[in-house]
Design a protein around this ligand. Structure first.
Ligand SMILES: [Zn+2]
Length: 70
């Protein structure tokens, strides 16, 4: 059986969907925290608009009360 080492996909810091390494947008916060976003709309919603992903319907976190971490 062949073992292939595949890099784990990243998970979008905002919407929670997975995307392959090499895509997406990296964002470094002032405190050094690195965030990854699958698309510019997620970055915009999180950084510029400061939205809470649990209150945005198209995210995987919508309706969740902060329990469980990605
Ligand atoms: Zn996203």
């Amino acid at each position: 059986m062949e073992v292939s080492v595949l890099p784990k996909p990243r998970r979008c810091s905002f919407c929670g969907s997975e995307f392959p390494i090499g895509t997406g947008i990296m964002y470094v916060k002032d405190d050094g925290t690195i965030l990854w976003f699958c698309a510019s709309k997620c970055r915009k919603s999180s950084i510029k608009l400061g939205r809470d992903s649990r209150k945005v319907r198209w995210t995987e976190y919508y309706g969740k009360e902060g329990k469980g971490k990605a």
